[in-house]
Design a protein around this ligand. Structure first.
Ligand code: TMP
Ligand code: ASP
Length: 237
């Protein structure tokens, strides 16, 4: 399947149309941004890692009953996926306090929750992705109540599957962000990516951060962390 023309360029990926109107090609870049694009940089090799990692994890999820947009990996950076219209919600699942949760509620990072939390942000760069609740999402017609119920069910299922998998790799799945999309017939599927850009992954023994927080917080060793997490995944998958 070949690329026809560029449909969209995001912060970390580009999307291309294909001869089949129901399929698009996603191409992963090495570009990294944080704080709604204020901080910009490059993480060499990130595109290749995120492409492969996201595809391996989505295939595992699909086998375990979570529908995804994944169709076929085309090469190191490019993947054929089902065309969706993105539900403009960032769906964040947390197992351990970190990031904006720790900041908003004035708690330390690293508090293990007795059960996972789910929260939604309105995917809107101009508004800086504000947090919102389910009623707000319905009021704004971002999704129906039925869609939100299904999205929450899938998000918790994804969490159980990925938490167990990362645990086998000696990694704690602290939190992650998912995006869902609607196929042409309205079916909800998991879309976007699952990668160290969109997840917090801590070494289970040392607590070392093996994700994009190394870039966000200028911790150094960014490329090394992406390579390490990919190595651990490939040894287990
Ligand atoms: P947060 O603690 O900054 O709200 O982030 C929660 C999770 O969501 C974390 O794993 C990083 C991910 N995330 C994204 O994928 N994109 C974003 O724009 C933000 C802010 C967070
Ligand atoms: N990629 C997002 C941005 O540029 C945020 C992040 O991942 O921290 O805003």
């Amino acid at each position: 399947m070949e690329k026809i023309h560029e449909l969209y360029e995001g912060k970390a990926k580009k999307l291309y149309s294909t001869p089949d109107p129901r399929l698009v090609i996603v191409s992963y870049k090495d570009d990294a941004t944080a704080f709604n694009g204020l901080k910009k940089g490059t993480i060499v090799g990130k595109g290749v890692i995120n492409n492969k990692m996201s595809n391996l994890l989505m295939q595992r999820l699909e086998k375990m009953g979570v529908p995804t947009h994944f169709v076929e990996e085309l090469n190191d950076r490019e993947t054929l996926v089902k065309k969706v219209s993105i539900v403009p919600l960032e769906v964040i699942v947390r197992n351990v306090s970190a990031g904006s949760f720790a900041k908003h509620y004035g708690v330390a990072e690293g508090i293990v929750f007795s059960k996972p939390t789910i929260e939604f942000s309105y995917k809107n760069d101009a508004l800086e992705d504000p947090l919102l609740n389910e009623e707000h999402a319905v009021a704004l017609k971002l999704a129906t109540e039925e869609e939100i119920t299904l999205i929450k069910k899938y998000a918790l299922q994804v969490n159980e599957i990925l938490k167990a998998f990362w645990d086998e790799c000696g990694v704690t799945l602290v939190d992650f962000k998912l995006e869902f999309g609607r196929l042409y017939d309205g079916t909800i599927v998991l879309a976007d990516e699952i990668s160290p850009d969109t997840s917090r992954l801590w070494d289970s023994k040392t607590g070392e951060k093996l994700d994009k927080d190394r870039f966000r917080r200028d911790l150094g060793g960014v490329e090394e962390a992406y390579a390490e997490i990919m190595k651990r995944l490939q040894e287990r998958i």
